[in-house]
Design a protein around this ligand. Structure first.
Ligand code: NAP
Length: 423
C-alpha cells in the first residue's frame, strides 16, 4: 500500500495552510496589540519574532505530523492502535512544547508567552486533524463490486425506516426491486418518505411497546401475505442519556433498541432461508472491557447510557444465538454515522462531539450500502458479523452459548411480564 496517497497529500496541504494561517492570525493580533516588541527574541536568535518563520514552522510541524501518523498506520503499529499511539504522543509533544515560550524567549511578557502557547495549540489541532484525515481509511465494503445472490421472496421489512440508516436501507432495497415494508415512530416522516419512494409502505408505532410491536408485526404480515419476508433489517433504536421504564416496565432504550426487535421478529413471518441483519455497535471482534457486562436479570439492564450499551450488547448476543440456531443472521456495526440518533443528547455535547468524530463519520447511505451487500453478496457467509471494515469474527464473549441462552431467558421473562401487564 502506498504511504502518500492523493487524499493524504491533500489533507497535509490543507492542514499546513490552516496551521500557518491560524498561527499568523494569533501572532499578528498579538503584535497589533503591541505585545511583540523588538526586545522579544527567541533565545539564540538575533532578531525579534516575525510572522514568516512562525508560519513556516507551523506548516512544517503539520507536514511532519501527517507523515508520522501515516508511518504509524502503515508500518509501526497495528492500524487499530495507530490512532491511540499518535494522539497520546501528540498530547505529550504539545505539553512539552509549552516549555519553549517560557524558557526559550527573552524579554517576553505574560501575554507574549500566552500568545506563543496559543500558536502551539492551533498548530497542534491542525496537525492532529490533518493527520487523522490523511490516515482516514476508504471504507469501501458496501461500494465494492459483487455478484448478487437470488433472494426469494423479494420482500423486506426494515425497522427504524423513517430516518437515518434504516431510511436509506429501505430506499436501497426498494431501488433493487424489493417490496419493502418499513416501520418507524413518526407518522409525519412516514408520510413524507412513503410519498417520496414509490412502492415503499410504512407502518408507524412504538416498537418498544410489546403490544404495539405485536400489532406492527400482525400488520406487516397481513401486508406481505403468505410468502413472508425474504429479508429483515433492524435499525430501530434510541440513544436517550436519561431513560426510564416504559409502559411495560422495561427501560425505554433497551426496549426500543433491542427487546422490541425481538418481540417483532418472533411474530413476523420470516420466509424459509430468510436473511436478517441486526444493526448494533460492535465494529471488530475484540469487545472493549466496558462492554463486557452480564445480561441475566432485569437489574443488569440499567438506564441511560448503560441501557443503551446493554441493548447493543444484547443485539450481538441475540444475533449470534439466531445464527447458532440456523437463522441466516448477520450483526452489523456501522461505526459513527451522521444521523439523528444523538438528537436527545445535550445540544452542547452534540456540538462538541461533531468535530471530534467528524473524521470517523460516514453518511447513512454508506452504512446502508454495507447492509445491502451483507444481504445480497453471494460470496459472503450466510451468518456472522460485519462492519465498514468487512466481515469479522466476533469476541468469544459474544459467541458464548451460555451467555446467549441467559439473555433469551431474560427476554422471555420481560416479554411474559409485559404481556401479563397488558392482559
Ligand atoms: N448513527 C450512529 O452513529 C450509530 C452508531 C452505532 C450504532 N447505531 C445504531 O444504528 C441504529 C439506527 O440508528 P440511526 O443512526 O439510523 O438512528 P436514527 O436516525 O435516529 O433512526 C432510528 C430509527 O428508529 C426509529 N425509532 C426510534 N424509536 C422508535 C420507536 N419507539 N418505535 C419505532 N421506531 C422507532 C426512528 O423513528 P423516527 O425517526 O420516526 O423517530 C428512526 O426511524 C440504532 O439502533 C443505533 O443505535 C447508530
Amino acid at each position: 500500500m502506498r504511504l502518500l496517497t492523493f487524499k493524504a497529500a491533500r489533507s497535509a496541504v490543507a492542514g499546513a495552510l490552516s496551521a500557518g494561517l491560524l498561527s499568523a492570525i494569533v501572532f499578528l493580533a498579538a503584535r497589533a496589540g503591541g505585545f511583540f516588541s523588538a526586545h522579544t527574541v527567541a533565545r539564540g536568535a538575533s532578531s525579534p519574532f516575525e510572522v514568516g518563520p512562525i508560519v513556516v514552522v507551523s506548516a512544517v510541524i503539520v507536514l511532519a505530523a501527517v507523515l508520522v501518523r501515516l508511518a504509524l498506520g502503515h508500518w509501526l503499529v497495528q492500524p487499530g492502535r495507530a490512532r491511540a499511539v499518535f494522539l497520546r504522543s501528540s498530547a505529550l509533544v504539545l505539553l512539552v512544547s509549552f516549555a519553549s515560550p517560557f524558557l526559550g524567549v527573552t524579554g517576553a511578557g505574560t501575554v507574549e508567552v500566552l500568545s506563543l502557547c496559543l500558536v502551539h495549540v492551533v498548530t497542534a489541532i491542525a496537525a492532529v486533524a490533518a493527520a487523522e484525515w490523511a490516515a482516514r481509511p476508504d471504507w469501501r465494503f458496501g461500494e465494492e463490486q459483487y455478484e448478487t445472490r437470488s433472494i426469494e421472496p423479494r420482500t423486506a421489512l426494515v425497522s427504524g425506516a423513517t430516518s437515518g440508516i434504516g431510511a436509506q436501507v429501505a430506499q436501497e432495497l426498494s431501488r433493487r426491486g424489493f417490496r419493502v415494508i418499513g416501520i418507524g415512530r413518526s407518522p409525519q416522516k412516514a408520510r413524507a418518505l412513503g410519498a417520496a419512494v414509490p412502492g415503499l409502505k410504512l407502518l408507524t408505532g412504538d416498537i418498544g411497546s410489546i403490544p404495539d410491536a405485536a400489532r406492527l408485526a400482525a400488520e406487516a404480515n397481513a401486508l406481505v401475505g403468505p410468502e413472508g419476508f425474504g429479508v429483515v433489517v433492524h435499525c430501530a433504536g434510541t440513544l436517550k442519556p436519561t431513560s426510564g421504564p416504559n409502559g411495560d416496565g422495561v427501560d425505554s432504550n433497551f426496549a426500543t433498541s433491542f427487546l422490541g426487535r425481538v418481540a417483532l421478529t418472533r411474530e413476523l413471518r420470516l420466509a424459509p432461508g430468510g436473511r436478517l441483519v441486526n444493526v448494533a455497535a460492535a465494529e471488530r471482534g475484540a469487545l472493549p472491557s466496558m462492554m463486557r457486562m452480564e445480561l441475566r436479570t432485569p437489574t443488569d439492564i440499567g438506564s441511560g447510557m448503560r441501557s443503551h450499551g446493554q441493548a447493543q450488547l444484547a443485539n450481538d448476543l441475540w444475533t449470534a444465538q439466531l445464527a447458532r440456531s440456523g437463522v441466516a443472521a448477520f450483526g452489523y456495526g456501522p461505526g459513527s454515522v451522521d444521523t439523528e440518533i444523538r438528537r436527545e443528547l445535550p445540544m452542547l455535547l452534540t456540538v462538541l462531539m461533531k468535530p471530534i468524530f467528524a473524521v470517523d463519520t460516514r453518511s447513512p447511505r454508506a452504512a446502508a450500502l454495507d447492509i445491502v451487500r451483507i444481504v445480497l453478496d453471494r460470496a459472503l457467509p450466510d451468518r456472522g458479523f460485519a462492519s465498514r471494515y468487512g466481515v469479522f469474527q466476533h469476541d468469544p464473549f459474544i459467541l458464548d452459548a451460555t451467555r446467549q441462552e441467559a439473555l433469551l431467558r431474560l427476554c422471555d421473562t420481560l416479554l411474559d411480564r409485559a404481556r401479563a401487564g397488558a392482559a
